[in-house]
Write a protein of this length. Sequence first.
Length: 482
Amino acid sequence: MKKFNRLEIKKICCIGAGYVGGPTMVVFADKCPLINFYVVDINKEKINAWNNEDLTKLPVYEPGLDNLVKKCRGKNLFFSTDIEKNIATSDIVFISVNTPTKTKGIGAGKASNLMYVEECARQVAKHAKNHTIVVEKSTLPVRTAEVIKTILQEAQNNRDNKHNMPTFDVLSNPEFLSEGSAIKDLNEPDRVLIGGESEEAIDLLSKIYKNWVPKERILHTNIWSSELAKLTANAFLAQRISSINSIAALCESTGADIREVSRAIGSDKRIGSKFLDSGPGFGGSCFKKDILNLVYLSNHFGLPEVADFWEGVVEMNNWHQHRISKLIVQKLFGTISEKKIVILGFAFKANTNDTRESAAIQICRDLLEEGAELIIHDPIVDKGQIQLNLDNDKTLTERDKNHENNYEYQGSWNFTNQLNTVFDDAHAVVILTEWEEYSDLNWISISKKMQKPAWIFDSRLIVDTKKVLEANLKLWRIGDGT
Ligand code: NAD
Ligand code: UGA
């Protein structure tokens, strides 16, 4: 069979309808009206949610996503659980499934669990009919493409009918979008990275991106550089946050102000001003996972010093989150048992409903362990998700490793998405996510409802200091030693 029997790519299948697969294919469909996109997933509920007529029920919240789904769904964009058929009839198959940190076995706690990726490779090997370009969209350890290639090759060898066998190319095309700005990032990427060996396959994938991305931003590398560049980009970004948070602690002890320090260093072009906002510590599904993966790989390749260097970034983040919890307890006279504390924001950053690895999880757990009565507000995250994170999820924190069953603590928590009643009788307010609605609260009216002395802990530097102090409230702000 001729390898590329079509001049044009007509149909693309993306396995994994999550935070990456969903929005990525939505933007592809918008930009490439002549190609049909099928996003498939084993999770039926998720596919139903993507097909929901009510666009507020989509499984991913991203500004601008609903309008694009409305525009493309049913035209050249489809969400389906029929994985076999869509693999069989596609020219390109993206693998965009989750790659969580392994919790058991060799490399537990650090290495990526590749079982979902492997499963996808096996499905493609079994069901593909023609020449198929397999694209790694998930973030993967270096040399995973080798595993995928081997699986595809072995499956071919085992097919009964050796005639009309499909052929494959494997490319690495990691995704760099950030949640909360996914649509913008996909529309205007700083770069698109395509790693691989086959020039023809690289050209075909590049051609799709060229529909909207300037060609000088489409970088071609070898496949291993592409895989490693994705892990490295996340490690560098996370490193900046741990760096600035470490200096925030120093600011609080020395009378300096972290915003002034950030501005001063960020105006050096070599350092740059982005990713210098001190906060409650980085969250999200990827920074910690990808750094730990880098740590595992470094150790695996006999580079323990490199591993230790990067592990320090995660350790600093953990320390920083506990530091905030401890400080809240200290300010509230050393005990928060049965004190009502309002938590503003549970998502790991604003403009997303994602709570994976959110700093709020660790900080709330610390406060609950001290016996606090938390009332948690988030405009988008729902109660069920918070329950999963606070009561059931055993994979997230160091301390959890000692708990076999559900997490147990002294305090209690409740949830509301109404801001008007949340402050009644509260001893403190802790701002953990930078939702816009928290930056313009009426502190005078809030102060009247709270128990005195009442504290505001602002871990995102979003409140108006003057207004809070004028309202007879005590204020702690991250990195503010003034
Ligand atoms: P996710 O958990 O939101 O979605 C993954 C989806 O894959 C799930 O819906 C799951 O049901 C599905 N899936 C798993 N195995 C499957 C199989 N065999 N067949 C069909 N569907 C299957 O994960 P995500 O956040 O979209 O991340 C996906 C990958 O992209 C990860 O490797 C991640 O590191 C990377 N990444 C994530 C982001 C981000 O912002 N979330 C950004 C860049 C890269
Ligand atoms: C991050 C990267 O920015 C993306 O390029 C990458 O594709 C993605 O990870 C991934 O691989 O999953 P994301 O985690 O969605 O994106 O969001 P970020 O904006 O990077 O924020 C991560 C965390 O760092 C958040 O908790 C955020 O609040 C925190 N942060 C970010 C700060 O504390 N300060 C900053 O200056 C920036």
